[in-house]
Design a binder for this molecule. Structure first.
Ligand code: MRU
Length: 355
């Protein structure tokens, strides 16, 4: 059981190991999984015990430290070569969320730049993983504050629609899109959040709904195909979603279904915001067509729980993310401020300083 009075932290470092909330078991059961090796961390990311772009980054940072700890040699060159292998292991887990690659790069850079004994490099790596986690928490709170300033002024209390889970569970805590919604709730500006159920893995129905219930945020779950209808009826004032990777021109990859949501929001003149830390922006990619899209197991589509819902002999296609073109995005809410997608490049130098 979760202690209802404590905040939600999907990854914590405790007793020399990482402890993850098992997000595959929520909301039925609140359990944690202790992770003591880099192999275990890679598996936990792959099978989505931990998921959501910034949370994957935090988990990978601890995975890098665990990998460093597993290396026996005191020889710096051998140590760095072995650490590169851990980086490679972790990179192969999930391809779309750039925070994974960002955190691994930052950990590697720390190792290379620490001119000290192997033992001291290991200590510095643990400190860096902790710093990545602490910074993400602060970043999300800043995103939440910045988000409030761009939400529509009318009505006084807003109905906000979100997709997937971009909440505390998907970050170090607090959340990006759900962080904005959380801040709006705290500021007395939230009437209700509408959470898309988010087929096929149902992160909205399971995780966003769970977080909202934990925090006393009024939530209505709808299935994905109801969003346009709700907009037409005037039930939605703005859409706020997270992102897994944003290209330099502002095209944003997020959970599959986000793109269609942006299209229906535009058709109804409803503002569509993407909330994400600068660590989610990949300035090396000029546009969203270059973002790698993860394809997952077809069983996520043909099975609900243990029940098979499709006949045999059917083929499946299961892309986990899609890319929303910048032109459909009203604003990108970052920890540094809110910008139109075309203005994102102004943050490139700031983002580079964070690696
Ligand atoms: O496949 P998931 O559950 O890792 O996908 C998560 C999302 O798409 C989130 O919206 C995104 O990572 C932003 S999390 C702050």
């Amino acid at each position: 059981m979760k202690d209802l009075s404590s905040p939600i932290y999907p990854v914590i470092w405790e007793n020399d190991r990482a402890v993850l909330i098992d997000q595959t078991r929520l909301p039925e059961e609140y359990t944690t999984v202790a992770i003591s090796s880099s192999q275990e961390m890679a598996k936990a990311i792959k099978i989505m015990i931990v998921r959501g772009a910034p949370a994957i980054g935090v988990a990978a940072a601890y995975g890098m430290y665990l990998g460093a700890r597993e290396i026996d040699s005191e020889d710096r060159t051998i140590f760095l070569a072995e650490l590169e292998k851990t980086a490679q292991l972790l990179r192969q887990t999930r391809p779309t969320a750039v925070n994974l690659f960002w955190a691994i790069s930052r950990m590697l850079k720390t190792a290379y730049e620490t001119i000290a004994s192997v033992a001291e490099i290991k200590t510095t790596l643990l400190q860096t993983a902790r710093a990545i986690q602490a910074e993400d928490l602060q970043t999300c709170q800043a995103i939440g504050d910045n988000g409030i300033s761009v939400l529509p002024k009318n009505p006084a209390k807003l109905n906000l629609l979100t997709h997937c889970n971009a909440g505390a569970l998907a970050t170090a805590g607090y959340g990006t899109a759900l962080g904005v919604i959380r801040s709006a709730h705290t500021a007395g500006r939230l009437e209700r959040v509408y959470a898309d159920e988010t087929r096929p893995r149902l992160q909205g129905a399971k995780l966003t709904a769970w977080e909202c219930v934990q925090e006393g945020i009024p939530v209505t779950v709808i299935s994905d195909n109801m969003a346009a209808h709700c907009m037409k009826l005037g039930k939605i004032d703005a859409v706020v979603v997270g992102a897994d990777r944003i290209a330099a021109n502002g095209d944003a990859a997020n959970k599959i279904g986000t793109y269609s949501l942006a299209i229906v929001a535009a058709a109804h003149n409803i503002p569509f915001f993407v909330a994400a830390p600068l660590s989610t922006v990949d300035f090396e990619l000029s546009d969203g067509s270059q973002i790698p899209i993860e394809e997952r197991n077809p069983s996520e589509i043909y099975q609900i729980g243990q029940t098979v819902i499709c006949p045999e002999g059917v083929e499946f296609y299961n892309p986990a993310f899609d890319v929303t073109p910048a032109k459909l995005i009203t604003g990108i809410i970052t920890e540094q401020g809110v910008v139109e997608p075309s203005q994102l490049k102004q943050y490139q130098i700031l983002a580079a300083q964070k690696v």
